[in-house]
Design a protein. Structure first.
Length: 341
């Protein structure tokens, strides 16, 4: 249905713009300056989003012997930058929000160059197929470039109007959820269950395994860098949560429906399972990990109190007149009048 297809394209485009605007509103120029001086977040975004995840998507496509259309959809999702869902989940697991936002923003900017490159490298295995020969790398780059404008506008709003930026960040998170729900409803009810039935079981399996493996890879990557536990949780969520709005927009706006077929649904399936698995991650942390986090925080506060007491004792000793020895102390006790004088 051409009218339905156009309506979905408009919805996907608007949802992507609002999401990118919210991402820009979450970035502060001071944080960017700090990351440029110590670019740990940039390096983790590079390794997680454009080394680990594309390779994971490629290996899963080979292991499950996907056809060229399904392989391109999986590769496209694996090569996408991080999404805003990770920022929300990082708050729920007491993660490092500055690291989360910087990783999301950095991977989005790096995607302008690295996403087409990763697609070109990993699609070589299916190069003799029509869908790969028609892979619109130029259109992918154009779609990515179009996201820079709302991101830049969001950074400007954050700099000029911080309160409005906070409101737009909340709106963007809600728009993410609403857009995904609407897309599920439209494709599920109007296109019918036949579309979902056309998706192979192997694709459903990849939609389940890929975000789960991404979370594990991200946690392992942060462990290699010897990061503290709250940063490990952040990097884990950043690596496994992909920008499914961007993936959906690229599939919808750059491929014809006849060519991509039911694989248009893959990023929506990925969004469903990445959200569910991240929710289980948050639930497990709330049940088992929150107490250890509080104990660690309490331990740090107690250490601070002890050191403060020691410091106060040292200050008291420093305010005495001269060095008081045991003999002097005894003489003071025996001659209190002289001491008073």
């Amino acid at each position: 249905d051409r009218s339905l297809s156009q309506g979905l394209s408009v919805l996907v485009g608007l949802g992507l713009c609002v999401t990118m605007l919210g991402l820009g509103c979450a970035v502060e120029l001071g944080q960017l300056g700090q990351q440029l001086r110590r670019p740990v977040g940039l390096l983790l975004a590079l390794l997680g989003q454009f080394v680990a995840m594309p390779l994971l998507a490629f290996l899963l496509a080979l292991i499950f012997a996907l056809d060229e259309v399904a392989a391109v959809a999986v590769l496209l999702c694996g090569c996408c930058p991080g999404g805003n869902l990770s920022n929300l989940m990082s708050v729920l697991v007491d993660g490092d929000m500055n690291l989360s936002i910087i990783m999301t923003a950095s991977s989005t900017l790096l995607a302008l160059f690295l996403m087409p490159l990763c697609l070109w490298i990993y699609s070589r295995h299916w190069i003799n197929t029509a869908v790969v020969q028609l892979l619109p790398l130029g259109a992918v780059s154009l779609t990515l470039g179009s996201t820079l404008l709302p991101i830049g506008l969001g950074v400007l709003i954050r700099y000029r109007h911080p309160r409005a930026a906070d409101l737009l960040v909340k709106i963007s998170l809600w728009s993410l959820l609403v857009t995904l729900v609407i897309l599920f409803i439209l494709t599920g009810t109007m296109l019918g269950p036949d579309l979902l039935a056309q998706i192979p079981a192997s694709v459903y399996a990849i939609a389940v395994l890929m975000p789960l493996a991404g979370y594990a890879l991200g946690y392992g990557l942060a462990t290699v860098f010897k990061m503290p536990p709250h940063c490990r949780r952040t990097v884990s969520l950043e690596t496994g949560c992909q920008n499914v709005q961007l993936c959906t927009a690229i599939l919808k706006l750059t491929f014809s429906p006849e060519l991509i077929g039911s694989m248009y649904m893959f990023p929506l399936l990925y969004a469903l399972f990445q959200s569910a698995e991240a929710g289980l991650f948050v639930l497990a942390y709330k049940m088992y990990g929150r107490d250890s986090y509080k104990q660690d925080t309490l331990g740090e506060e107690e250490d601070t109190d002890i050191s403060y007491k020691k410091l106060k004792e040292e200050e008291v000793a420093d305010t005495s007149y001269g060095t008081v020895t045991t003999e002097e102390h005894n003489s003071i006790q025996m001659e209190p009048t002289q001491t008073a004088l």
